[in-house]
Design a protein around this ligand. Structure first.
Ligand SMILES: CC(C)(COP(=O)(O)OP(=O)(O)OC[C@H]1O[C@@H](n2cnc3c(N)ncnc32)[C@H](O)[C@@H]1OP(=O)(O)O)[C@@H](O)C(=O)NCCC(=O)NCCS
Length: 175
């Protein structure tokens, strides 16, 4: 836990199947993320549970999540697939806490880089990843990953952010 963290009301824990619908609703209601199928969120909460993380409120309901995995083609990286925080819980450091908590999980502790893709117009997302890099004392490199033309209809290009080298992580809040 970091001392600049004011999101302490939420508890970080591993995702489970029962969170899938709530995470789907959080993404649906959250604005800028691509909404995937409910089934995909069930897969994230089960097959990708060891590398992902959830923030839960006092009723154990998800108020934030990071869907992440170790790409088979880039195993030294922990790839952030989606990160979302419920509107009411934003601006308190919760997304940064989730990402740091995710990186410290047992299944991610040997990752030397964090990768993600962002659309350049998503200023919150850009600020989030640059803020994480600054906190971790890591560099950010950027390149185009998926050109707009690769998407079936109106979608900005997705740029890859590669953050590293990552520092050693302390004992995980969520094993
Ligand atoms: C992006 C998102 C996850 C940020 O969640 P959050 O809990 O409010 O973020 P934090 O409080 O941890 O803030 C992290 C950093 O981003 C900055 N930030 C957060 N929201 C911002 C915004 N709307 N505009 C500019 N900067 C913003 C914060 O100031 C902080 O910067 P710092 O490290 O310099 O202090 C949240 O706004 C969200 O769910 N948005 C919709 C989904 C999305 O766009 N996800 C990212 C794409 S994968």
């Amino acid at each position: 836990m970091h001392t600049d963290d004011t999101s302490g009301a939420a508890t970080l824990r591993a995702p489970r199947a029962e969170d899938g619908s709530a995470i789907w609703r959080l993404v649906r209601d959250g604005g800028s993320l691509d909404l995937n199928s409910p089934y995909l969120y069930l897969l994230i909460c089960t097959d990708f549970a060891a590398t992902s993380i959830v923030a839960a409120d006092a009723d154990d309901a998800p108020v934030g999540f990071v869907a992440a995995y170790r790409p088979p083609a880039d195993p030294k990286a922990a790839f952030v697939w989606q990160v979302g925080v419920a509107s009411a819980a934003r601006g308190q450091g919760l997304a940064k806490r989730l990402i740091k908590g995710m990186l410290a999980r047992d299944a991610n502790r040997d990752a030397t880089e964090l990768t993600a893709t962002v659309t350049p117009s998503n200023q919150a997302s850009m600020a989030l990843f640059h803020g994480v890099a600054r906190d971790l004392g890591a560099q950010v490199t950027e390149r185009e990953r998926f050109a707009a033309s690769l998407f079936p209809e109106g979608h900005e290009a997705e740029r890859e952010l590669r953050i590293g080298p990552l520092p050693e992580r302390a004992d995980p809040e969520v094993p």
